[in-house]
Design a protein. Sequence first.
Length: 455
Amino acid sequence: MDIKRSFAAPAFMALLYFAGAALSVHYSRFNGGVAMIWISSAILVARLMVLGRSKWPANLAACFAASIMATGLFGLGWAAAVPLALINIAEAVTAAFMLRRLGASCWPDEPFELVAGYYLVTGLMVPAASAVVAGLVISAVVGLPFETNLFHWFIGHAGGLIALLPICAYVAWSARKGHRLIPPGKALPCALIVGTMIVLTCGVFLQPMRGLLLLPLVFTMFTSIWSEAAMALLLPVILAAVGGTLTINGFGPLMEIDVDAGDRIQAFELFVAITMLCTLPIVVEQERRRRQFAELSHAAMTDPLTGLANRRTFFDALEAVAEQRRPACLAILDIDHFKQINDRYGHLVGDQVLKEFAAIASLSIRPSDRIARIGGEEFAVLLLDVTIEQAQRIGEKLGASIAEVAFHTTGGTVGVTVSTGVAALAGDADAAFEAADRALYRAKSSGRSRLAVAA
């Protein structure tokens, strides 16, 4: 199974690369020169950015073969296929390497430096270098003009990277992390945005007025503020697909420009790239703010030492379950003689004990249950859909598990026990907490390392 997977991913990548190259060559190659639009590099760079370095060779080899096939079958012929494939692969590797370094150094603290670096890498440095080498190869092998093919290669590859790489990279990162591109409940608004962009692009490119070209640009920029990042990054792709198809077929404002078909296509490609250039800074800043808001929200709901939910979050969950009249029980746990641990070993060791205790307790309960640190050495567990007898058994098992563990700290091995109070949640969160707290007090008064159930 692992062998199949190791071959399946590069093979699928090669198929995507070949499809992109074939489409580019078929629809945007004029006068026997290079393709005016190049989308395959964006696909490969996005893949490399999320892969470990050990997996690069297989994907690069697969895409190298795909590039040779596309150029040999549909492009400049077999004589130029191998050197141009080497240039394409080198371009993707260089861009991926530079962008990974850029992202690691700039995100999320320096978003605008990240965007500026992205523009320099994808819009100038990498495509310019590959264009020079490709122009020389094409001139030497095929005999076509150096300057013309250098210019067309540069515009085609720079435009493709700028316009398509953001959405390709976003999809690749989301797939790797298992994130949904469209959050729950946002499918309808996102569908309306996509539909509006399609209609708007058709309207603009089915008439001759060039001033209306601003409409898709403005709509995309506003979407980057209103909607999800995936939508904002997708809209330039929709613009490219719909507007490009109409332009190739002789429709739209760009038909008034007195240039040949290839230059007209590249003028449209520059328009799409400019749309992404204007949109990307907004998307990056919005994502940075969403990330910051999520971090602040997490910090407000989490105990910083143990990583468990804090008292406020736990009581919110407790009250929500009580309002639902859902059968549940509450257990309050207190580490016995914790002050003596702090006095003997120091507070750093005490903190280590708390963190290890939290980790063990989290693993000892069900995924549906809630655990929190509610203060000092006290923890609380909300046990859902259990009777008081079941809660008692869970509490006893947890206490026994803790007692059997030797906590390894910088001050040596420490053993701890816990006292536990258990109460049923009968529709009143405050009353249940007070009952469990009284039961805990009885357990500690009975000699500690005990469990008591509220009367």
